[in-house]
Ligand binder design. Structure first.
Ligand SMILES: Cc1cc2nc3c(=O)[nH]c(=O)nc-3n(C[C@H](O)[C@H](O)[C@H](O)COP(=O)(O)OP(=O)(O)OC[C@H]3O[C@@H](n4cnc5c(N)ncnc54)[C@H](O)[C@@H]3O)c2cc1C
Length: 550
């Protein structure tokens, strides 16, 4: 497409965020068009089709809250929805809301440049589309830029190479194959047990042993579902005002306040129940103090000893050197059990690093592993990667990549000074990946939608975060994180999985509910911390500081 008249907004991405943003702006009477790199809707659930791909948020609240009819009609059959179920859900949303007509698919945005005189963005795709718009809203997700480690000789490998985050549409048949999985983060931990059931042999290449908690997935009791559906508004309300977008109450007990036996009983119960409540539902301080954390970490290590029969393998699987919960806690189905299978072996890359790839496999410092397929479960350049990949240029041609060279600076995770009229849904500095994401996505979409309606009502054309508000917010994001154990761990939350990436805590850990309240206050105070400029005749450029500065 190439629009003759500038649009009100371009939205980039067609996952949960992009679908809702386009719908919301269209309903509010704005002209809006979306660009999506994939050939269809779904985002994460379009790309991550690897065996075992599944959501770790329970199905009852991993969905939109604004579609009350669909909410009642959508079948809730399994506790955690698998990738095909979520993709079907988002396809249904796109159909019901007739959203596909407002998107161009197979369109990868490679440039978005701001014209300061015209107050317009020009967005270009690799496929040759050009669109001009007053506003650009990025809905590119936090985990959509796949990370490939740089192994010497990677191009020499003659077998099949796959990344979990960019999986083929047709299922891959591993029958009779020798498979390597590199990486044991949340995706690897889901894929490994399923691939092991099919492959002739599976070799798992582990850089960092992980704490993982049983998901305890299974069919949902339909009486429970009926009751849940009756009370949907209340569950949604609780999720919005919770710490992490989950509708459950967090524990108020400190781990060291109770006896060792009581602690063990609490961990056993949570382990048996499955899910993230292992951390939030047992004790309130597990990710706050090292002493409390050690009790949970020791418990999981003891479970590994119970489950894994070979003591040497159990030892290799035991996470050490970082607090439990500081890496994204995976939920698993038979992960540790998989290492009891005769067709599965484990390579510890800390002991024997990869030295390179050959035509037929992977060489480590201890020898060569012949394989037919390499599955890279090596995660993502999280939060900043998808945004920096858009080729965004704001005032004076500055790029996001340049202004974020020392780490992302945002106001509320939704705006960046120097980039007027640009909004970043679940951007760095917002709760995003620390939350049940549909809750955070809806909050951002609604806040941005309200903001654009307000600008229209005010007759304002340009909105931009102030330096002052951005500096204060960015410092606040780091300050809140510094009161937790997070900065002590080398994690993708800290940018540590990408060579050269600045080490700062990327999401906002102050809590979904408090963050929502803060954003609402900013809006109620006339978008405090932003400057706006009007669209008066002859206005020849934005004038930061006009009014409503922080
Ligand atoms: C394996 C996996 C498991 C997850 N499990 C959970 C979970 O249990 N609970 C939870 O809350 N969240 C989970 N998440 C996070 C998940 O990403 C969010 O829940 C949600 O799907 C994000 O939606 P989104 O629309 O913001 O982004 P995405 O779904 O990532 O969509 C972004 C879209 O933008 C497109 N895009 C990116 N760059 C460009 C470009 N340059 N041009 C055009 N299009 C572009 C992408 O193709 C993609 O389709 C998981 C993520 C992964 C990868």
């Amino acid at each position: 497409m190439a629009n003759a008249e500038p649009l009100d907004a371009v939205v980039i991405g067609a996952g949960f965020a992009g679908l809702y943003m386009v719908y919301r702006l269209r309903e509010d009477g704005f002209s809006v068009h979306g660009f999506e790199r994939g050939d269809g809707v779904g985002g994460t659930w379009y790309w991550n089709r690897y065996p075992g791909a599944r959501c770790d948020s329970e199905i009852m609240y991993y969905s939109f809250s604004f579609l009350s009819e669909l909410e009642q009609e959508w079948p809730l059959t399994e506790r955690y929805p698998g990738q095909p179920d979520i993709l079907r859900y988002l396809e249904e949303v796109a159909s019901r809301l007739d959203l596909r007509k407002d998107f161009t698919f197979g369109a990868e945005v490679t440039a978005a440049e701001y014209d300061e005189a015209a107050h317009l963005w020009t967005v270009r795709t690799a496929q040759g589309h050009v669109a001009t718009a007053r506003y650009v809203v990025t809905a590119v997700g936090c985990l959509s830029a796949a990370n490939f480690p740089e192994f010497p000789g990677a191009e020499r490998f003659q077998g099949l190479s796959l990344h979990t985050g960019n999986w083929p549409r047709e299922p891959v048949d591993f029958t009779g194959k020798r498979v390597a999985v590199i990486g044991t983060g949340a995706s690897g931990i889901q894929a490994i047990p399923v691939i092991a059931e099919q492959a002739a042999h599976l070799t798992v290449f582990q850089r960092t042993a992980q704490f993982t908690i049983p998901a305890e997935n299974g069919p949902l009791d339909q009486d429970f579902v009926a009751l849940w559906k009756q009370n949907y508004p209340e569950w949604r309300r609780r999720a919005r005002h919770s710490l992490a977008g989950f509708p459950y109450t967090a524990s108020v007990t400190y781990a060291l306040e109770v006896s060792a036996a009581e602690r063990r009983a609490a961990f056993e119960a949570a382990w048996g129940a499955g899910g993230f409540t292992f951390l939030s539902g047992t004790f309130r301080d597990l990710v706050m103090t090292e002493e409390a954390n050690a009790t949970a970490a020791d418990f999981v290590r003891s479970k590994i000893d119970e489950i894994v029969r070979d003591p040497a393998v159990a030892d290799m699987l035991k996470p050490r050197g970082f607090p439990i919960g500081t890496k994204r806690l995976p939920l698993d189905t038979n992960y540790y059990e998989t290492f009891n299978r005769p067709n599965v072996s484990l390579v510890d890359l800390k002991q024997t690093p990869v030295t390179g790839l050959t035509a037929t496999g992977i060489t480590t410092s201890a020898g060569h592993h012949e394989v037919d397929v390499i599955v890279y479960a090596t995660g993502f350049d999280a939060l900043t990667g998808p945004l920096e990949g858009l080729g965004i240029r704001g005032r004076d041609g500055q790029t996001l990549k340049d202004v974020w060279a020392e780490g992302p600076r945002t106001y509320l995770g939704v705006a960046v000074p120097g980039f007027p009229n640009l909004f970043t849904i679940t951007g760095p500095g917002s709760p995003s990946v620390l939350s049940n994401m549909p809750v955070s996505i809806e909050q951002h979409v609604e806040w941005i939608g309200d903001c654009l309606s307000w600008l229209r009502a005010e007759g304002a054309e340009v909105i931009e975060a102030t330096e002052q508000a951005t500096t204060a917010w960015t410092a606040h994001v780091q300050d809140v994180a510094s009161h937790t154990l997070h900065p002590k761990a080398a994690t993708w939350y800290m940018g540590a999985n990408i060579p050269g990436k600045p080490r700062v805590f990327l999401p906002y850990i102050g809590g979904v509910g408090p963050y929502r309240d803060h954003c609402a206050k900013v809006a109620a105070n006339g978008y405090e911390g932003f400057t706006t400029t009007g669209d008066q005749e002859g206005d020849d450029g934005a004038r930061p500081g006009d009014h409503r500065a922080a």
